[in-house]
Write a protein that binds this ligand. Sequence first.
Ligand SMILES: Cc1cc2nc3c(=O)[nH]c(=O)nc-3n(C[C@H](O)[C@H](O)[C@H](O)COP(=O)(O)O)c2cc1C
Length: 175
Amino acid sequence: MSDVLLIQGSLNPESKTALVIQEAAKELANRGVDHEILDLRKFDLQFCDGRPLSDYNASTQQAYKLMEKARAYVWGMPVYCFSVSGPLKNLIDITAGAMENKSSAIICNAGGNRSYMALGDLSRILAFEARMVSVQPAVYTSYEDFEDGRLVNSEIPNRIKVMLDALLRQIDHPS
Ligand SMILES: Cc1cc2nc3c(=O)[nH]c(=O)nc-3n(C[C@H](O)[C@H](O)[C@H](O)COP(=O)(O)O)c2cc1C
């Protein structure tokens, strides 16, 4: 069982969400927290159509297993149309059964700096569907935090630390 699963929810090969998720993974490694990354770009997820899990392809079932064995999640959420991106919502539709009553933290990555309310959509979906209350604070990033394919806002790593403090407290992790 991994303690924390980081979910990278963008399919963009040059994803900025992925950079922030990597930063969070680095912090978990520093703290000696067992973690894994589910990067949607590395999975061949089928669209949810309500069929039994066993009828989806192997990659989709593998994603479900990763979700099932984690105790807590860090969601890397790209903002599309002021809400959760389609690929990430599809993952939730398929794997919600694996998430019941677990703990969540949200990293929300958008183009502009005014789409932060979008993370409330993810928080609400997780609460209604899987009884997961997301910890506060969440981390929000936008284009101005990146330069030349790198995360350059030096405040973000600190915000990630505070968010992870709250998440690890929820699962009583000693770090
Ligand atoms: C279809 C689409 C819709 C988007 N909608 C919004 C939006 O409503 N608000 C916003 O601030 N950025 C929006 N963006 C910008 C993305 O949030 C931004 O490109 C972000 O970096 C995406 O994450 P990624 O780099 O990990 O793929 C949109 C981008 C796309 C492709």
